[in-house]
Design a protein around this ligand. Structure first.
Ligand code: F6P
Length: 331
């Protein structure tokens, strides 16, 4: 337990920013309840960094965060804020924070949120702790990000259903999952559903190889294939890949299914509720301990701390083991 008496932090602000992710509410609840435990004041900032600029703030106490741990989305709402990329926007945000008497901030979001935190810290040296809230799992310094587990389970259930109809109709399905720059959702949902191919931005996609695989399958009377395409794959999204494949292989009927934003919503899994709670708790303790400029994570089930700059520089390396396994199991 921390010694709050010696800390200069008396009033914490909390916001969620960028794409929402299941588990954000669990994290907000933990921030508020931990702060209350240490007798700190808590203010919720609405609509992410935009709310800092527009001064949209609400007082939060233990009761404000009742009945939310099981809900998807974020009670604080969120946005992608262009104005916060400007010096003028940041100055307004800083003035509003100071006027509200907030002396430490917890930001829940992904790489855009962390980049904003880096710039803000460079300008004002303001204490900020980050919680990795993104379904994409595209941050370094952590094994998981908040919402990834829920998103990948949502994708898995959807792909299982697609498999049923693909089998009945003997079709190839190109299923697009989220992941602008990262293939983790594609890789994990593809492995979990026994996909015949998984196309991800981290590896080069060769349409000819895919076509050759489908032809081999055709020769041994395989009529149903699930091809998972990460939206950020270098060959394009599922529509584009299906069209390219269709130019060279049309022995089997194909369909495209884009899972889209259903992957971002829904009640968080156990993993995301517990991780969100652990990170919310750790974020408040980190601020009380005088830490700043760090992104929380989890490595080997221990809470980790990584400078924002490092967390956004690259996303975690896709495991060679999983990649090799993907090629062997999905052929
Ligand atoms: O939050 C991450 C993410 O879901 C990406 O996987 C996706 O590319 C992007 O957000 C979509 O963002 P938006 O909802 O703003 O279109």
């Amino acid at each position: 337990m921390m010694n709050q008496q010696q800390s200069s932090i008396k009033h914490i602000g909390v916001l969620s920013s960028g794409g929402d992710s299941p588990g954000m509410n669990a994290a907000i609840r933990a921030v508020v309840r931990t702060a209350a435990h240490y007798q700190l004041q808590v203010t919720g900032i609405l609509h992410g960094y935009q709310g800092l600029i527009d001064n949209e703030m609400i007082a939060l106490d233990e009761c404000s965060v009742s009945q939310i741990i099981h809900t998807g989305g974020t009670i604080l709402r969120t946005s992608r804020c262009e104005a916060f990329r400007t010096k003028a926007g940041m100055e307004t945000a800083h003035t509003n924070l100071k006027q509200a008497g907030i002396d430490g901030l917890v930001v829940i979001g992904g790489d855009g949120t962390y980049k904003g935190a880096v710039e803000f810290n460079n300008l004002f040296s303001f204490p900020i702790i980050g919680i990795p809230g993104t379904i994409d799992k595209d941050l370094a310094g952590t094994d998981y990000t908040l919402g990834f587990d829920t998103a990948v389970n949502t994708a898995m259930y959807a792909i299982d259903k697609i498999r049923d109809t693909a089998t009945s109709h003997e079709r190839i399905f190109f299923v697009e999952v989220m992941g602008r720059d990262a293939g983790y959702i594609a890789l994990h949902s593809g492995l979990a559903t026994g996909a015949e191919a998984i196309l991800i931005p981290e590896t080069k996609t060769y349409i000819d190889q895919l076509v050759a695989q489908l032809e081999r399958g055709w020769k041994r009377k395989k009529r149903c294939h699930i091809i998972i395409v990460a939206e950020g794959d270098d060959a394009g999204g599922a529509m584009k890949v299906a069209a390219e494949v269709g130019k060279k292989f049309n022995s089997i009927e194909t369909r495209v299914s884009i899972l889209g934003h259903i992957q971002r919503g829904g009640s968080p899994t156990v993993n995301d509720r517990v991780l969100g709670s652990r990170w919310g708790f750790a974020a408040v303790e980190a601020l009380i301990a005088g830490k700043k400029g760090i992104a929380l994570g989890v490595i080997n089930n221990e809470i980790s701390e990584t400078p924002f700059e490092v967390a956004v520089k690259e996303h975690g390396v896709v495991s060679e083991e999983l990649l090799n396994m993907m090629y062997i199991l999905s052929s």
